[in-house]
Design a protein around this ligand. Structure first.
Ligand code: SF4
Ligand code: SF4
Length: 410
């Protein structure tokens, strides 16, 4: 077995995916990590070739990745290529063989983790923080609903946010805030704005505060399945104790994880919506009217977990198009071809410098549109892009889509 890597655990579908690579090279130029690093081992074109060689080396001790007996450094080379990827899914969308690289990368990373090769040293603190504090930011659980209480005290919320922890209250909808919007001082605005939208529309919702736990998205994407499963167990046990059947998230990573991954691993009788779907439905049903003019030219960044991974390209755009006076300008790469900000898949923790240059390039794309504001619908993307705007001294203003909605509500 190549370095204890249990490739025999790969499902048949992934083996078929691996053999479906026609080595056409289409994925190379579209890979956002390749664009920053020119590392040919990152896009699937070469990485799949290396993986297949490693598999063969695993079944035949006389073969190796590089034509000689397999060595630890070959395994580490492949391991780094696997983690130098934001799992953005761009390669899957341009691949003529439609290889599902998103699932492929996650499952192969899991094999590396199980053999003791992953995650990366730089990613350990994040995993440890989730284990110890139920969030990646090393913040106390008790501070998780502080944003809501403070915003109400400061009259930024027209009504208090219901506390659903310890069975205190009931609500029809659980707002799953997510770690970044709960704790990051600069990003709490996302949670405050979305909560205020629900207040003004009269939605019966609440949050779990200290009993909301990290959804486990990043550990899952990094192949650390045991930590992900621990988060699933804790969250689902809590969800099942509530009366809410609908869960709304503001983070696109939480959204993907709760909607797509939780049902694979647990009893999950809930309907999960991202806030953009939810807001769009409120507009369509006439419950939310955007009547105030917002005279801005904006461009919109599709978060990978919302767009490519879940097909939610139209809802955010329809929301923006409903705002009187607002001009939506598209970047050269948008929709399924949108550039990744680099924050996902553990890349930000593992290879920060690559993530930073990916975000900078995205900001440059946004600047070329002539927009004054850069809008997105994910706190994690927001955080990275805001940092890139500051680092570049760009004149763009970072906005979450909820800020625009609040401005447009009469
Ligand atoms: S998922 Fe994205 S970053 Fe990873 S190899 Fe594919 S295109 Fe590159
Ligand atoms: S685009 Fe698909 S078939 Fe072509 S090299 Fe990349 S993974 Fe292989």
């Amino acid at each position: 077995m190549a370095g204890g890597l249990a490739f025999h655990n790969l499902p048949l579908k992934r083996r078929i995916d691996l053999s479906a690579c026609a080595r056409c090279g289409t994925c190379v130029e579209m890979c956002p990590v390749y664009a920053e690093t020119s590392a040919r081992e990152v896009p699937p074109f070469y990485k799949i070739y290396l993986i297949k060689k490693a598999i063969r080396a695993g079944t035949n001790p006389f073969l190796s990745i590089f034509g000689r007996r397999i060595q630890e450094k070959d395994i580490y080379f492949l391991r780094d290529a696997l983690y130098r990827c934001s799992v953005c899914g761009q390669c899957s969308f341009v691949c003529p063989s439609r290889i599902d690289t998103i699932e492929l990368w996650e499952e192969i990373r899991e094999i590396f983790v199980n053999a003791g090769y992953g995650p990366l040293e730089a990613q350990h603190p994040l995993v440890q923080s989730i284990k110890n504090y139920d969030n990646p930011w090393m913040q106390p659980r008790s501070a998780r609903r502080r944003w809501a209480d403070r915003a109400y005290r400061e009259r930024r919320l027209s009504a208090p946010v219901k506390d659903l922890s310890r069975g205190k209250n009931k609500a029809e909808i659980l707002y799953f805030v997510g770690c970044t919007a709960s704790y990051d001082q600069n990003i709490r605005e996302v949670a405050i704005n979305f909560a205020e939208i629900m207040n003004r529309v009269g939605i019966d919702y609440g949050i779990l505060g200290p009993e909301e736990y990290c959804c486990g998205s990043t550990p899952l994407r990094m192949g650390v399945k045991d930590v992900f499963l621990q988060q699933v167990r804790k969250n689902v046990e809590k969800f099942l104790s509530l009366e809410a059947e609908i869960i709304v998230t503001s983070c696109s990573g939480c959204f993907k994880t709760l909607r797509q991954d939780y049902p694979k691993y647990s009893q999950f009788p809930f309907r999960v919506y991202h806030m953009t779907e939810f807001i769009y439905q409120l507009i369509v049903k006439g419950k939310l009217s955007l009547s105030r003019e917002v005279d801005l030219a904006v461009t919109y960044h599709d978060p990978c977990h919302l767009g490519r991974h879940n097909g939610l390209f139209n809802e955010p755009r329809e929301i923006l198009k409903s705002v009187p006076g607002l001009k939506l300008l598209e970047m050269e790469r948008s929709g399924i071809y949108s550039r990744c900000c680099g924050a996902g898949g553990g890349l930000k923790a593992g290879f920060t410098e690559i993530q930073v240059s990916m975000s900078r390039r995205l900001v440059e794309d946004a600047e070329k549109t002539g927009a004054s504001e850069f809008v997105t619908a994910c706190p994690f993307c927001y955080q990275s892009l805001k940092d890139a705007i500051a680092a570049k001294n760009s004149s763009l203003i970072m906005r979450d889509i909820t800020e625009i909605v609040i401005s447009a509500m009469g």
